[in-house]
Design a protein around this ligand. Structure first.
Ligand code: UD1
Length: 357
């Protein structure tokens, strides 16, 4: 294989660190950049590599990237503030780390006339609700769910034209974009900024990877910014049953972090670059209730724990949550040759005892 010099931002983070693992195992020269954000890292992670060049700096600081980016063939931009946030007070921090951070990275690349591959960590949150079909109106785009429906336990979004029940379908990359929160807005803006860079720089390509619900080792513990898999795992560790909102029938695509890392590695190293957007998912959607059950069973079995940790469907809802969003993975297969290798049961068994951060 043709060895490359590849910069990875967010290299100490959940997805970034697994990308560094795979790239360095393949023999690529990895330039690992991370600011070790205190909210994400209380201490230096144990899984850093002795033979990888780390730059512990904040990409938003002037000049922070000049040395790190010198002579790189490709850039993999994972650094980002993730999750839903606590409340709107987070808006400046999201915009600073995600939008301004991306702008600073792109400007530093511009200053050295970088014309290689940019691979960006984007997210399925740019779609808002998933895709739905009405028997009469075809593919429709439901609006935000109404409080009175949620309060009375009607969790499925109705057809915006005739109010009948809809059938959820996989989300393709050309689905309408509907970023519904600050984090989602910054992810979409990152895509647009990187696209503008790629357009204006000869030879540059952008692969924007829209991750679905990533889980696996090194996932951050249950902070207000954590995803549901981490929240459930942390509850189990404390001897508490997972608490499933709504009726547990909401569907997601849970994709293992090593699969997500592999999709990035393919985008960075395939002989032919893919200039475009692709979902990164397992292709096997599950309900949140199924995920809770699989994780609880695996946790109890592997820890020989006989307490009653059966998930509780507690009802209730989080305003702003979407009902179903799960990916079509055809484009990633066709354009990147990516197919998730870790099936749900195996992944959940590993996650039940994996090291969290
Ligand atoms: C999550 C992330 C989003 C990320 C995306 C893709 C958060 C808050 N959201 O979106 O930023 O881009 O994955 O990786 O990190 N739930 C429960 N019980 C709980 C917590 C959640 O039942 O204790 C339910 C929620 O109501 C929701 C589902 O689980 O229906 C998924 O929640 P979560 O993982 O937080 O958010 P996503 O919308 O999937």
């Amino acid at each position: 294989m043709n060895m490359k010099r590849i910069a990875v931002t967010g290299a100490a983070g959940f997805v970034g660190s697994h990308i560094v693992d795979e790239l360095s195992a393949l023999g690529h020269e990895v330039i690992a950049i991370d600011c070790l954000l205190p909210a994400a890292h209380t201490r230096r992670p144990s899984y850093l590599h002795a033979d990888v060049e780390y730059y512990f700096g904040d990409i938003t600081q002037p000049g922070a990237l000049n040395d790190a980016l010198a002579g790189v063939d490709a850039v993999c931009h994972q650094a980002s503030m993730v999750g839903l946030g606590v409340n709107f007070d987070d808006v400046e921090a999201y915009v600073h780390h995600n939008d301004y951070g991306t702008a600073a990275l792109l400007r530093a690349l511009h200053q050295q006339s970088f014309g290689g591959r940019v691979v960006l960590a984007s997210s399925m949150v740019v779609y808002g609700e998933g895709r739905y079909r009405c028997a009469e109106h075809g593919v429709v785009q439901p609006g935000p769910r109404l409080l009175r429906d949620l309060d009375s336990g009607n969790f499925e979004p109705p057809c915006p034209h005739c109010a009948v029940s809809l059938v959820p379908e996989t989300v393709p990359e050309d689905a309408p974009l509907d970023p519904r929160n600050v984090y989602a807005a910054t992810k979409l803006h990152q895509e647009y900024l990187c696209r503008a860079y790629a357009r204006e720089h000869e030879g540059c390509t952008l692969t924007a990877l829209r991750y679905h619900n990533v889980y696996g080792p090194r996932m951050p513990r249950d902070t207000p910014y954590a995803g549901v898999a981490s929240i459930f795992r942390s509850l189990l560790e404390r001897g508490e049953a997972p608490r499933v909102f709504e009726d547990g029938g909401q569907r997601r695509d849970f994709v293992h972090v090593r699969d997500v890392a592999h999709a990035n590695v393919l985008a960075l190293t395939n002989p032919k670059p893919f200039d475009g957007v692709a979902n990164v998912a397992s292709g096997m959607p599950k309900t949140v209730g199924e995920m809770a059950a699989a994780l609880a069973v695996a946790f109890q079995k592997l820890n020989d724990d006989s307490r009653n940790l059966t998930p509780l469907v507690v009802g209730g809802y989080r305003l702003g949550d979407v009902r179903h969003v799960f990916a079509s993975h055809e484009r990633a297969i066709a354009e990147l040759g990516f197919r998730a290798a870790i099936d749900f049961e195996t992944g959940m068994r590993e996650f039940a005892t994996a090291e969290l951060r």
